[in-house]
Write a protein that binds this ligand. Structure first.
Ligand SMILES: NC(=O)c1ccc[n+]([C@@H]2O[C@H](COP(=O)([O-])OP(=O)(O)OC[C@H]3O[C@@H](n4cnc5c(N)ncnc54)[C@H](OP(=O)(O)O)[C@@H]3O)[C@@H](O)[C@H]2O)c1
Length: 285
């Protein structure tokens, strides 16, 4: 046992995986207890890849495993706790020899740029940007040290391209991820062709993630306060109107990014919001 982590379990799983599945991929997804991360993992498991659905908290593990068992995917899908902000949790991935890391975990902090407490913004960057990059560096370090092929996928957002008022912190983290993924891809290309970097930019999906972010700014005092409630309500309505309930379009894109070994870098969905983003970039950038 190292880092408080049961390595025997993974040794057993790895051994069986190799003998039974030949060249199938091993994929690790962060923040995969629900929604986009979870559903992507299910799709990949159904394609007979070996998937590590990792979750923020210990208490999520059993629920995820029950769902996986109901779907009869427990041979292909495993679950364990990986809080990406926790150093010893991050180190767990060294043992797993994964072929693809999907950085999906994130939080959203709302609030005006004028007033947002910097500590909250730091927390937003700590999860979405710094911890994501730290985990990625561990994974890439393992690939380089062992001269292995691999792939790293970052989940940004169209909010990283189109900034939204009162959600500036979240938008800034997602814009940072676009820059980080772009630069990382170029830098890695100078060293090897064996490692791919890909970027996902989902549009709005009604997973509850946005609601939390739209609401948490109201918990704090603000000079916008009276206006802020009505702004939040309007934003919520707009998000609901534009948002998709069905995650199929975006999870298909993530699966495509995992399986696609071409040089394609950017994967976006849903279509209408992709068109809107392109129009925005044409006229406003
Ligand atoms: N839904 C959208 O409209 C939308 C649009 C664009 C981009 N995205 C991006 O898509 C990704 C998935 O979002 P989603 O909509 O599927 O919402 P979600 O289910 O809330 O996904 C976010 C996940 O990250 C986990 N997480 C938070 N902090 C973590 C940490 N320190 N370590 C590990 N996991 C952590 C959350 O776990 P807990 O809930 O247990 O804390 C949650 O499972 C996110 O990167 C999000 O920014 C979503």
């Amino acid at each position: 046992m190292e880092f408080g982590f049961n390595s025997n379990f993974f040794y057993y799983f790895e051994k069986n995986y190799h003998t039974n599945n030949g060249d199938k991929m091993k994929i690790l997804i962060t923040g995969a207890g629900s929604n986009i991360g979870f559903e992507t993992g299910i799709k990949l498991g159904k394609l007979n890849h070996l998937v590590y659905l990792t979750v923020h908290h210990d208490y999520e593990v059993d629920t995820v495993l029950e769902k996986v068992k109901e779907l009869k995917l427990d041979n292909n899908i495993k679950c364990f706790k990986l809080d990406i902000t926790n150093e010893s949790d991050r180190k767990k991935i060294r043992k797993l020899d994964i072929d693809c890391l999907i950085n999906n975990a994130a939080i959203g902090v709302g609030g005006s740029m004028l007033e947002i407490p910097i500590d909250l913004m730091k927390e937003n960057f700590e999860v979405n940007v710094f911890s994501t990059l730290r985990l990625t560096q561990i994974y890439l370090g393992h690939l380089f040290a062992n001269n292995k092929k691999g792939k790293v996928i970052f989940t940004s957002s169209i909010a990283g391209i189109i900034p939204i008022s009162f959600l500036g912190s979240y938008c800034a983290t997602k814009a940072s991820l676009i820059t980080i993924a772009t630069v990382l891809k170029r830098e890695i290309k100078l060293l090897t062709n064996n490692i791919q970097v890909k970027l996902i930019e989902p549009g709005i999906y009604n997973t509850g993630f946005n609601d939390i972010m739209l609401e948490n700014k109201l918990e704090r005092k603000s000079s916008y306060f009276d206006d802020l409630e009505s702004i939040s309500l309007k934003q919520k309505k707009l998000f609901e109107l534009m948002g998709h309930d069905d995650l199929d379009s975006i999870t298909k894109k993530v699966v495509e990014a995992v399986l696609d070994n071409s040089n394609k870098f950017l994967y976006r969905a849903p279509l209408l919001q992709v068109i809107m983003t392109k129009l925005y970039m044409l006229f406003f950038k």
